[in-house]
Design a protein. Structure first.
Length: 123
């Protein structure tokens, strides 16, 4: 993923060095797909990739998403402050199939959360 002045992209590089961009995030405020991805993508046990965006979603406080190898993105969760805001480190999949991550703000004390996201392929 890339970060900077724009909303960000998911990119793929082949072993031969060919670069493709299977997905570009929305540049508008509060886009459902999110914007400004931060952290690495995590390869899920289902063969899809999972990640977070710092902004976007229904409250513009970040999202958790799944993207297929062919570039089809699904927003799995939008943060709303009470459950955290501004995720920054990506997600990791546990042996039970759930994904875990952290946010830099929100939650009961306002200082961030550790979250767990169950997905359909969870065991």
């Amino acid at each position: 993923m890339t970060e900077g002045a724009g909303p960000g992209t998911v990119f793929k590089v082949t072993p031969g060095g060919a670069l493709t961009i299977p997905y570009s995030f929305c540049a508008k405020i509060a886009c459902a797909d999110g914007s400004t991805p931060r952290g690495a993508l995590s390869l899920g046990s289902d063969g899809n990739f999972y990640g977070t965006t710092y902004y976007g979603g229904t409250s513009n406080e970040g999202t958790v998403f799944r993207i297929t190898p062919s570039g089809v993105l699904t927003t799995l969760h939008s943060f709303h402050g009470w459950d955290g805001r501004y995720p920054i480190g990506g997600v990791s999949q546990a042996t039970n199939g759930a994904f875990y991550g952290t946010t830099t703000g929100g939650g009961s004390g306002g200082d961030g959360t550790i979250f767990r996201l169950s997905v359909a392929n969870e065991e």
